[in-house]
Design a protein around this ligand. Structure first.
Ligand code: FA5
Length: 344
């Protein structure tokens, strides 16, 4: 029997080592270790042996099976890696080439401006307050001292939702909500979306973005308003940029003003962007009207405050030299990709 085992192992060893493919190896495995293999047949002969002889013989067969099993596993690994080498040699894949660049997304120019504006105002001591896009008439109009017959309340200008609710037409309701909740000193900005039934053109969109600012404390003056605006403009657009304030009317501020900044496209000399005037309209501003304080329970004898609201889309257009507001809403990848390196 020992002779038989020796012969079987030697024959199997030769054939396993010479196997050329994985299917051939699998066939050999079944013929040397399968149920009909010589080794399995030898097992059947165990019953012809004496009980004393059986353990040693059984162990010898199992050892032989172990030897063959190991040989087959080793051969299998070497055939697999040879196959992988062969595939790579035959193909044109150059494993030393650098990988393809991961196509990273980029932040939208409005998001970049939004973040930059927040950073500038935070550096000036303001906090960021949040409002909601859907507002009620009280916070969007009444508390802001807007008369019942004011044209901005018109269906043609405002998108109403239902039950006197509307899509806010400006970010000024955040002033009211902040003054309702907190006592002065209050120093907040509130960036966000606003909605108006405006005709679309190069500088108007029915959905646009504003940033509201509100500063209420004892002795806040118009000089503080001008200085804050100037600092913002210089930090945002650079040292050579000036801001100017023109008299205007808003129901919620007295006195009221419109804010212009010197045209960043031509440095104030006059060009197509600023319609040759050298100035660009950015937003509205003024000293908080005492009637607004009354609606929010703030003592107008003790406190004064300034507020302003700037168009963020217009700021983005100036900063990134975008000539049409629609570019900010089209999401054309050719445009958005240009902001890849601006991401923070
Ligand atoms: C207001 O909305 C006032 N709430 C601003 C304000 C706040 C005044 C606090 C005083 C105190 P106005 O309607 O002018 O003001 O809008 C301000 C800015 O929003 C405009 O100068 C412009 O930059 C931007 N804006 C207004 N409508 C649109 C629009 N349809 N598309 C794009 N930007 C717009």
């Amino acid at each position: 029997m020992k002779e038989d085992l020796k012969r079987i192992i030697e024959a199997a060893e030769q054939q396993i080592l010479n196997a050329k493919s994985l299917p051939e190896l699998l066939n050999l495995k079944s013929s040397f270790l399968g149920k009909k293999s010589e080794l399995s047949q030898l097992m059947l002969k165990l019953r012809d042996l004496t009980p004393e002889e059986r353990p040693a013989f059984g162990k010898a067969i199992n050892d032989a099976k172990g030897v063959l099993d190991n040989l087959i596993t080793e051969k299998q690994e070497s055939l697999k890696s040879a196959e992988i080498d062969r595939q790579h040699k035959g193909s044109s894949v150059d494993l030393t080439m650098p990988g393809r660049r991961f196509n990273k997304g980029s932040l939208h120019p409005l998001t970049l401006i939004w973040r930059e504006i927040e950073d500038v105002f935070i550096s000036l001591g303001f906090e960021v307050a949040e409002g909601t896009d859907i507002e009620d008439e009280f916070h969007n109009f009444d508390a802001l001292n807007t008369p019942q017959d004011h044209p901005s309340r018109n269906l043609a200008d405002t998108f109403y939702v239902e039950n006197s609710q509307l899509l806010r037409t400006h970010t000024s309701p955040v002033q009211i909500r902040t003054m309702e909740r907190y006592v002065p000193p209050i120093r907040i900005i509130s960036p966000g979306r606003a909605y108006r039934n405006d005709k679309i053109d190069a500088t108007h969109s029915p959905v646009f973005h504003q940033v509201e600012a509100l500063y209420v404390d004892e002795n806040v003056s118009f000089a503080d308003l001008k200085d804050t605006l100037n600092q913002f403009v210089v930090k945002m657009f650079g040292a050579g940029t000036k801001s100017r304030i023109r008299p205007h009317f808003f129901p919620f501020t007295e006195p009221s003003a419109e804010i212009d900044i010197s045209c960043v496209a031509c440095g104030g000399k006059g060009c197509r962007v600023c319609k040759e005037s050298g100035w660009l309209e950015m937003g509205g501003a003024g000293m908080v009207d005492p009637n607004v304080f009354k609606h929010t329970g703030i003592d107008s004898e003790k406190y004064t405050g300034f507020a302003f609201g700037l168009g963020m889309d217009r700021i983005a257009m100036l900063k990134y030299d975008i000539k049409d507001i629609r570019v900010l809403f089209d999401n054309d990848l050719r445009v958005l990709k240009q902001f890849r390196n601006e991401n923070r």
